[in-house]
Design a protein. Structure first.
Lengths: 168, 100
């Protein structure tokens, strides 16, 4: 067994344990911390695939900014334990088998298509950040500019939504 | 070298766990976090295909997905603050104005 495979299985186990913990924890702050574990492990997987820039962005933006926003809102709203109700038991009975079936279908489709994917696989294609920057600022420059507009609109929307009632 | 379909199967499992969290959780913030988990699973598939096909377009799309997720988190958490301000609860079952 080679080293990348061992690293992959360790990180994949971290991902799955974190995701299961997100479901099982009843306090939102514990769920948020589990999600941070998943995101850090995913950043490790991106590094393993040679996508250094995406790994850095994953840690800084997802693990840093977005999750800090979540934790901030959880503390602001003083969220407590969630209560169990009959409806959520019904969701468990009906939803979990369907979600497991969805996962099974996705995994089966992937496993069946593995020959075509494998055929395209060559060397460990490292992703130089310079090539990524060239692609982002040349071929994808209009979508990139559009995202800045999207962020602006999101900031305005968040301010309008969260502002106190009298100041709107 | 890890085979690409390992990454894709892990991505499918993470997406399924996100769906389970989405239908199972009653706390509106946790439901929102499960959406982030599903977005992360899709990002993993993007990067895996980008590596398998030896093209960088997939990584550019991951960056766009992260931008959209950040915008979604900002607006969504603003909406959550509004809901809690109006209803004094985080439980989604008490937000049933559109229900018959």
């Amino acid at each position: 067994m080679n080293v990348p495979l061992i690293v992959f299985f360790v990180l994949a186990a971290m991902c799955i344990i974190g995701a299961v913990s997100l479901i099982l924890q009843r306090h939102p702050i514990h769920s948020a911390l589990s999600l941070i574990v998943v995101m850090i492990a995913l950043a490790g997987l991106y590094l393993l695939m040679g996508a250094e820039f995406v790994a850095a962005v994953q840690i800084i933006v997802y693990g840093g900014a977005i999750m800090v926003l979540f934790v901030f809102v959880i503390m602001l709203l003083n969220a407590g334990l969630e209560e169990r109700t009959n409806v959520s038991k019904l969701a468990g009975i009906a939803g979990v088998p369907l979600a497991v079936a969805l996962t099974g279908f996705l995994a089966a489709a992937v496993a069946r298509s593995q020959d075509t994917v494998q055929a395209a696989t060559q060397t460990g294609a490292t992703a130089p950040t310079k090539a990524l920057a060239n692609l982002l600022f040349q071929d994808f420059v209009y979508p990139f500019e559009l995202t800045s507009f999207l962020i602006l609109v999101a900031i305005l929307g968040a301010i309008v939504l969260a502002a106190p009632r009298g100041e709107r | 070298m890890v085979p690409t379909h390992y990454y894709l199967i892990l991505s499918a499992i993470l997406f399924g766990l996100g769906v389970i969290a989405f239908v199972f959780k009653r706390n509106i913030i946790t439901i929102f976090m499960s959406i982030e988990l599903m977005l992360n699973a899709v990002n993993l598939a993007f990067v895996a295909f980008s590596q398998a096909l030896n093209k960088l377009d997939g990584q550019v799309f991951v960056l766009f997905v992260i931008v959209v997720a950040a915008a979604e988190a900002a607006v969504g958490l603003g909406i959550i603050i509004m809901i809690v301000r109006n209803r004094q609860t985080l439980n989604v079952e008490s937000v049933n104005l559109l229900k018959l």
